[in-house]
Design a protein around this ligand. Structure first.
Ligand code: CA
Length: 229
């Protein structure tokens, strides 16, 4: 899941981005409204966290412009005060939800999950593929009843593949949704992480869930209809 965080206060942005990355989100940060609109136009984000109080172009205006341009990205707005007029203005501008600063980080996570569930047509909390089970709330992963310990990035990659189980996922889609703008498209990082996941998820187990389709991408499936490479 890749998030665009729009926040002009560097300390707040840094802390929030760090917390979200630890929760396996890929995070890009924009410090002002125009940059946010630009980044949203060139990247495929799963969600936007948008501060209302921004220099030059404020959060309400950013949201209105995005919606006017037809962007359906879920937007969680951060308002500075618990003022009913702010909340109404936020929702009227096209935000999907709002949170009043200062907020509890766990409440922010819960709201992100709720928004992501909604945008992914009510995805279940547990994703299953064969004997692999992923709890998207706790990030607990188990296969055949055995817990598998994953790093945040390994988890993010596995969850992304599992959400699209049975479909081929291209390298560029993985780069877009699991990594952030610092990803170097010429690096072999995706291959490295796929290898790590194979070791943890597939080694010594059958069937192999993570398949490579040369020239096309990767596929997570428990069925034998797809040739494994
Ligand atoms: Ca601000």
């Amino acid at each position: 899941m890749r998030i665009l965080l729009v926040e002009d206060e560097p300390d707040a942005a840094h802390l929030l981005a760090k917390g979200l990355r630890e929760q396996a989100f890929a995070v890009d940060v924009a410090a002002e409204g125009e940059e946010a609109i630009y980044l949203a136009s060139i990247n495929n984000y799963d969600l936007m966290i948008l501060d209302v109080m921004l220099p030059l172009k404020g959060g309400f205006e950013v949201c209105r412009e995005l919606r006017a341009a037809g962007a359906s990205i879920p937007v969680l707005m951060l308002t500075a005060r618990d003022d009913v007029r702010d909340r109404i203005a936020g929702l009227d501008s096209g935000a999907d939800d709002y949170l009043v600063k200062p907020f509890d980080f766990h409440e922010l996570l819960a709201r992100l999950r709720a928004l992501l569930r909604r945008s992914q047509s009510l995805q279940p909390e547990t994703i299953e593929a064969g004997d692999l089970k992923i709890n998207t709330r706790s990030h607990a992963v188990e296969r055949g009843g055995q817990m598998i310990a994953l790093t945040a990035k390994e988890y993010a990659l596995l969850e992304y593949l599992a959400r699209r189980a049975g479909q081929v996922v291209s390298r560029s889609e993985i780069a877009e949704h699991v990594w952030d703008e610092n990803f170097d498209p010429f690096s072999n990082l995706i291959e490295v992480y796929i290898q790590r996941l194979r070791r943890k998820v597939d080694e010594g187990r059958d069937p192999k869930l993570i398949r490579t389709l040369r020239g096309e991408g990767y596929l997570l499936t428990a069925s034998n209809d797809h040739p494994s490479v």
